[in-house]
Design a protein around this ligand. Structure first.
Ligand SMILES: Cc1ncc(COP(=O)(O)O)c(C=O)c1O
Length: 395
């Protein structure tokens, strides 16, 4: 029988450190986004969701839902196997072609999430290239940190966007006859800032480094067709491996990489987290495929998204709210204290019907605790005004 003592100790330690997570029980109602229901302790209440990563509301988009219903009727629920054993359906193949085309790469590979895609692509790279040396931006996502750590290969972390430090690291790695692989994100999702992509690519070229970018918070949202920041900046041919998600702007679930066809062929043969798991449901693939196709042709949601984010930032600034210097759609409000962030988040939910999760350590550094707002094209002027008024009351 399991002894629960170490589990209790773990929970108590987390509580003492202010790291214990409380999951709010909400129910998204189709057609009502960003409204949702909140199942609170004393009843059910309608709330406005201000922290969903369904950035464009594609999770309730009719085109996406119709495609998913059609796939459900045509093919049934699940994939029925791993990719190797009967789980590669036509839905997976056409989605991978679409992703490759979106990112202007010869091939793409689906994973069950972008987390798994980061973790297992990095581990696979370490098996394929024995003398690889990972160079990782300090603000990189946990999936990248864990992938590098499990690879057991040499790694060096550089300060966010610090090109001087990055160049010194490249020099040391090259002097050791190792192969540098620089891993960074395009949009850092907790701050909403953008990395110095072009300069990083220039340095990577100078030192013949492999380049790997996480565009999870940019795909669907930036660039003419929604391929991300690389597309927006005209840099799609400068980065070797692109990681993206189907679970945020594309509104569904799953992750992928897009890169050279031979690289994909080797990685799909090596990455255990890709091989030994049931592949994505064809229904999910059908939804993601439609979302991507739609967003490639229709920039209106992207434009409205940016307009809403700018309006929210301007209104918060005018009201004297301390927003962090985001240059993207993400609107972080600095609170600077874990208990205070949690308490404001709780008050917003219970008293104002506004749902924004407090972001505390270890997701962000101690002292930089914040509320992270994610406006969408569907947040109205009234919702924005209500939020600004509520924050003005509470801060
Ligand atoms: C930067 C970054 N990369 C990867 C992921 C993982 O994405 P997914 O939700 O598809 O696993 C996240 C998730 O929030 C993320 O923020």
């Amino acid at each position: 029988m399991i002894d629960i003592t170490p589990f209790e100790t773990t929970i108590n330690n987390l509580k003492k450190a202010g790291k214990y997570r409380v999951f709010n029980d909400i129910l998204r109602e189709n057609g009502q986004f960003p409204y949702a229901l909140w199942y609170g302790e004393y009843g059910v209440k309608t709330i406005v969701n201000w922290c969903s990563n369904d950035y464009l509301g594609m999770g309730q988009n009719k085109i996406v839902l119709d495609a998913m219903r059609t796939a459900l009727d045509k093919t049934g629920a699940g994939a029925g196997g791993t990719r190797n054993i009967s789980g590669t359906t036509h839905y997976h193949i056409i989605l991978e072609h679409e992703l490759a085309s979106l990112h202007k790469k010869p091939a793409a590979l689906l994973y069950s999430s972008a987390y798994v895609a980061n973790e297992w692509t990095i581990i696979a790279l370490s098996k394929i290239i024995p003398n690889i040396h990972f160079i990782s931006d300090q603000k990189n996502h946990n999936s990248i940190i864990v992938g590098i750590s499990y690879s057991r290969k040499p790694k060096t972390i550089f300060q966010n966007n610090n090109l001087k430090e990055l160049e010194q690291i490249f020099q040391t790695v090259k002097a050791n006859n190792e192969i540098p692989c620089i891993i960074f994100e395009s949009v850092y999702s907790m701050d909403g800032d953008v990395s110095r992509i072009q300069e990083i690519c220039d340095l990577a070229d100078k030192y013949q480094a492999i380049t790997y970018i996480d565009e999870v918070h940019a795909v669907g949202l930036y660039g003419k067709e929604g391929a991300g920041k690389l597309e927006e900046l005209g840099l799609q041919d400068r980065v070797d491996i692109v990681n993206g998600t189907l679970g945020k702007a594309f509104g569904v679930q799953g992750g992928y990489i897009a890169t050279d066809a031979t690289v994909i062929d080797a990685i799909r043969s090596i990455a255990a987290g890709f091989i030994f798991t049931t592949s994505l449901s064809p229904i999910t693939c059908a939804g993601a495929f439609s979302a991507i196709k739609y967003l490639r042709k229709n920039p209106e949601l992207r434009e409205k998204h940016q307009e809403r984010a700018t309006l929210l930032k301007n209104k918060l600034k005018a009201a004297g709210v301390n927003i962090m210097p985001s240059t993207t759609h993400i609107v972080p409000v600095l609170i600077g204290n874990a208990e205070k962030a949690k308490s404001i988040s709780d008050q917003l939910l219970t008293d104002y019907g506004i749902y924004v999760q407090a972001i505390n350590y270890p997701t962000v550094a101690i002292g930089t605790e914040r509320l992270r707002f994610a406006p969408t094209p569907y947040h109205t002027n009234q919702m924005i005004d209500d939020l600004v008024d509520a924050l003005t009351d509470l801060l």
